[in-house]
Design a protein around this ligand. Structure first.
Ligand SMILES: Cc1cc2nc3c(=O)[nH]c(=O)nc-3n(C[C@H](O)[C@H](O)[C@H](O)COP(=O)(O)OP(=O)(O)OC[C@H]3O[C@@H](n4cnc5c(N)ncnc54)[C@H](O)[C@@H]3O)c2cc1C
Length: 448
């Protein structure tokens, strides 16, 4: 014991240096490993052609980024941002849906959210910071403007309506209503409540049912949404920022009841024209509504992107899944590599339904799917509940079968239902036809 103590006291300096070096080596090594991992992920995205973001996404100003990694910890979609060589890098761009948590978390102001990139331009309707288009008095709020997510839609609807209300002063034209809101999803909800709060007349028309895209979510879908300010009501906030579709709709219906918001369901907007400072809007049933301001909150789900195959009009082909309970003991194919489709596949593949589920992914990875969803579907595949087929597309649709094509190798499989989740076609031709300019965004900073 004495000898050991003597040894330590004689060599204390050396021992201290060795311990400090080992600790430093441990941390540097750990950091290097993380960097290498991040580089590998980025390399994979480049190789698979999924290194271009689909929508709103962060750009990092490397002159401001201090590599603190705050941004990497907050993304609700998982590890989309990682640190490489002391700077934040978007390593899986296609998975980004534009939550913007990274922008808020960066203590150095090094992150901006942008549309498009230098290589890939994205079409976006031209709107001001108040969501007014180039046609004075005509606004676009919510996903139709290019930015997804419920919280953004409510916020944009609110801001657009506030601006529209302020602009009513000085317009003494006689109209059916001051503000006409088209679409009763979260953006339309924000608009309608703002109109009520400001005591101006409004009409809110909806072709289907109140709730917008959320109304068409699958039963019991878990909706992720961060707190949002609801005009005249307070903050919409849920435990862990998660809520079921049903709870969210019930919550919104409570707001509608309390506020007295009136929604005219089953009325479809068809066209509009403007004469001086009055809009004349026509609906599908041939009626006309005049208004001083019009806010388009129509979302983008009206025209789902199709496969473009013969027989795609068969009733077995669907572009969303509302009630998985309807499918029991069936042969089902889901076409998707993104969250919506992967979540649908998870529901359909639940053991209790006894379906045979094929998830058909066009590329060699699920490029637009968050880490949680990936982990769940992979675990289900391990249990044999679902078969994930990569690099596979549908090439033929028949009544009871489909032909799938895996890089030139075709196979006919039994099939009762196909669910296609390939995104939506933006109705920009229509917007242009009513005079709205569409810009191509190439990653320029936004001003809102
Ligand atoms: C499967 C899936 C899962 C998602 N999960 C989440 C999530 O977890 N969290 C999140 O924040 N976001 C999620 N989103 C995105 C979110 O649903 C949308 O960003 C949001 O609903 C957009 O709101 P909106 O009001 O702009 O449009 P929408 O909600 O799409 O509402 C538009 C409304 O306009 C109506 N409309 C359209 N055309 C007309 C017309 N001509 N006349 C009258 N009415 C019309 C439509 O019927 C619809 O009710 C998800 C989307 C999908 C598809």
């Amino acid at each position: 014991m004495e000898a050991a103590l003597e040894f330590i006291s004689n060599y204390l300096d050396v021992i201290t240096i060795v311990v400090l070096c080992s600790v430093a080596f441990f941390f540097v090594n750990k950091k290097n490993k993380k960097h290498l991992e991040a580089k590998k992920i980025l390399h994979k995205a480049v190789k698979s052609g999924t290194d271009e973001p689909m929508t709103l996404h962060p750009i990092i100003d490397v002159t401001k980024c201090a590599g603190c990694a705050s941004c990497t910890l907050v993304c609700p979609e998982g590890g989309i941002l990682k640190i490489i060589q002391h700077k934040a890098v978007l390593v899986t761009p296609a998975k980004c849906v534009g939550h913007g948590e990274c922008e808020r978390a960066c203590p150095y102001g090094a992150i901006d959210l942008v549309f498009g990139s230098k290589r890939r331009g994205v079409d976006i309707p031209r709107v001001t910071t108040n969501y007014e288009t180039n046609v004075p008095g005509l606004y676009i709020a919510g996903e139709l403007g290019g930015m997804g997510l419920i919280r953004n839609a409510i916020k944009q609807g609110t801001l657009a309506a506030e601006h529209a209300v302020a602009g009513l002063k000085g317009n003494s034209s006689k109209t059916d209503t001051d503000i006409l809101i088209i679409g009763a999803g979260p953006a339309g909800l924000g608009c309608g409540l703002t109109a009520i709060k400001n005591k101006v007349s409004y009409k809110l028309i909806e072709q289907n049912s109140f709730g917008g895209t959320v109304y068409n979510f699958p039963r019991q879908k878990v909706v992720m949404t961060h707190p949002a300010d609801v005009p005249g009501y307070g903050q919409m906030k849920f435990d862990k920022n998660k809520v079921s579709k049903e709870e969210l709709l019930a919550y919104w219906n409570g707001i509608v009841k309390k506020s007295g918001l009136k929604i005219d369901e089953g009325i479809s907007f068809e066209n509009l024209e403007k004469e001086n400072d009055v809009f004349k809007v026509t609906t599908k049933d041939g009626k006309a509504i005049t208004a001083k301001k019009v806010i388009l909150c129509m979302g983008v789900r009206g025209s789902p992107r199709k496969l473009g195959l013969d027989n795609e009009d068969l009733p077995k082909v669907a572009y969303n899944l509302i009630d998985p309970e309807q499918y029991k003991g069936k042969h089902v194919a889901v076409v998707s590599g993104g969250n919506a489709g992967v979540e649908a596949a998870q529901m359909l593949a639940e053991a209790k339904y006894k379906n045979t589920v094929n998830l058909l992914v066009r590329g060699d990875i699920m490029d637009r799917c968050n880490d949680d969803n990936k982990a769940i579907i992979n675990a289900m595949a391990d249990k044999g509940l679902v078969t994930i087929r990569y690099n596979t597309v549908v090439s033929e649709i028949e009544k009871d079968t489909i032909v799938i094509d895996n890089e030139g190798n075709t196979e006919k499989i039994n099939n009762d239902f196909i669910f296609v989740f390939a995104g939506a076609i933006m109705p920009y031709q229509f917007l242009m036809s009513i005079g709205i300019e569409i810009d191509k965004a190439h990653g320029e900073k936004r001003t809102d």
